[in-house]
Design a binder for this molecule. Structure first.
Ligand code: AMP
Ligand code: GLY
Length: 426
């Protein structure tokens, strides 16, 4: 099998690492990739959302399977373009990718399929949005309808904060077109969990769950980021809650999309709030999470490739994924200044020593090779230092031991990844 992975982050390095273990793999490419993916795949100088160039490459080089890491290429229709050329893509059509591309669409699917979610309304008019806001009161959540790279959600503690978000998104256009329409919704209370399912249009199988840390600073303080660390499995997600989420949230969404004639194939990421009334849907994404992927795949015992192919071919009903009885954690090393203005070019040394800590595996994100071969930072999130062990605490200790061996003067990480889960285990 000749496989092309799209993206350049820790998620894509982890995907390639897991795929490289499959006896079915003959060739791996990554577009555009990073310094880590270059060690196990051939990097291509094509942007991950340049769907025309990617499809042309796939045809010319006999690619059997394309695995998009991020959502951009899916929303832009890579799966449709590849399908038209008879090439498998483990990701949804543009029509089904609207689950991530439009919050209003997700809410309509939730309503149609009776999926538990926050009470909501959608607005194209700021005056109507403000009137609704005043009727509902605070706290309340304001969401830009379109893709906004993690900047489109404001959990407002006060009406003033909520009004400011409406002004910014709808009137000042701070998010461009993504904020022209808003979803305003009830503020849910509970612990958040990311749950993943592999889908073939009709069947969904559980693909692991994780909790991530979105804020940049210790104690979950400071601005939102793409994610500063994650761990799996989440102790708060009991088997009962997991089954409830699959039965009441994932499977009804899949059925609703199939009924509409736009079946969902690929990886469905359900962002859940575990409320007093059970799991509720916060959002869907149409891909693996980053850094969640980096803690799911090291725990997967089964070969990933046959499962991805079965998802493409409508064959998932017979697939039974096996997991290791281990905990995994990943700590993101970011470049100083992230998320606002990450410093590029800082040298990183000590990867070999860090990777030698038992149970540790380092996935690259924003890394590149300088002309003289030195490893340098080339993005906000730079490395994803991952460890597996029998307990979450042991995995956490191993990850931080590895980080202590790294020499990255221009980098930083959070020192408390996993705190919520570890606080409960003494
Ligand atoms: P989203 O992009 O929809 O995942 O939202 C980003 C973050 O905002 C989520 O991870 C939650 O922490 C928070 N959030 C979103 N919707 C709600 C809600 N209805 N209630 C409470 N927090 C929310
Ligand atoms: N870590 C959250 C995401 O990938 O969207």
């Amino acid at each position: 099998m000749r496989v092309l992975v799209l993206g350049a982050g820790g998620r894509e390095h982890a995907l390639l690492w897991r795929l490289s273990m499959s006896p079915l793999v003959a060739k791996l490419w990554c577009a555009p990739g990073n310094a880590g993916t270059a060690e196990i795949a051939e990097n291509l100088p094509i942007k991950a959302d340049d769907v025309e160039a990617l499809a042309a490459f796939a045809v010319e080089h006999g690619v059997d399977l394309v695995v998009p890491g991020a959502e951009a290429s899916l929303v832009a229709g890579i799966a449709d373009r590849l399908a038209a050329r008879g090439i498998r893509c483990c990701g949804p059509s543009a029509a089904a990718a609207r689950l991530e591309g439009s919050k209003t669409f997700t809410k309509e699917i939730a309503a149609e399929a009776a999926i538990p979610t926050a009470a909501w309304e959608s607005f194209d008019d700021p005056a109507a949005a403000r009137a609704y806001l005043r009727r509902q009161g605070a706290p309340i959540v304001i969401k830009a309808d379109g893709l906004a790279a993690g900047k489109g959600v404001v959990v407002a503690a006060s009406l003033a904060e909520a009004e400011a978000a409406i002004t910014d998104f709808m009137e000042k256009g701070t998010l461009g077109g993504a904020g022209a329409r808003l979803v305003i919704e009830e503020c849910l209370v509970g612990e958040e969990v990311s749950l993943f399912a592999l889908c073939d249009g009709e069947t969904a199988i559980f693909l692991g769950a994780a909790q991530d840390h979105k804020r940049v600073g210790d104690g979950d303080k400071g601005p939102n980021t793409g994610g500063m660390g994650a761990y799996s499995p989440p102790p708060v997600l009991s088997a009962d809650l997991q089954n409830a989420a699959m039965a009441r949230i994932v499977r009804p969404a899949l059925a609703a999309l199939a009924r509409r004639g736009t079946p969902f194939r690929g990886i469905l990421f359900a962002g859940l709030m575990l409320t007093r009334d059970g799991p509720k849907l916060i959002e869907f994404n149409v891909r693996f999470g980053d850094p969640e992927c980096q803690v799911l795949l090291p725990r997967l015992h089964s070969d990933l490739l046959p499962a991805l192919l079965a998802a493409c071919d409508g064959d998932l009903a017979g697939v039974d994924l096996r997991w290791r009885e281990e905990a995994a954690i990943t700590v993101v090393l970011a470049a100083r200044g992230y998320p606002a203005k990450p410093v590029a070019g800082g040298e990183i040394r000590g990867l070999e020593a860090a990777g030698a800590v038992p149970g540790v595996r380092i996935f690259h994100a924003g890394t590149a090779r300088a002309a003289d071969g030195r490893l340098i930072a080339a993005g906000g999130r730079v490395l994803s230092v991952t460890a597996t062990a029998n307990t979450l605490r042991a995995a956490r200790d191993a990850a931080y031991q590895a980080i202590a061996r790294l020499d990255f003067a221009d980098g930083f990480c959070r020192s408390d990844i996993g705190w919520r889960a570890l606080a409960g285990s003494g």
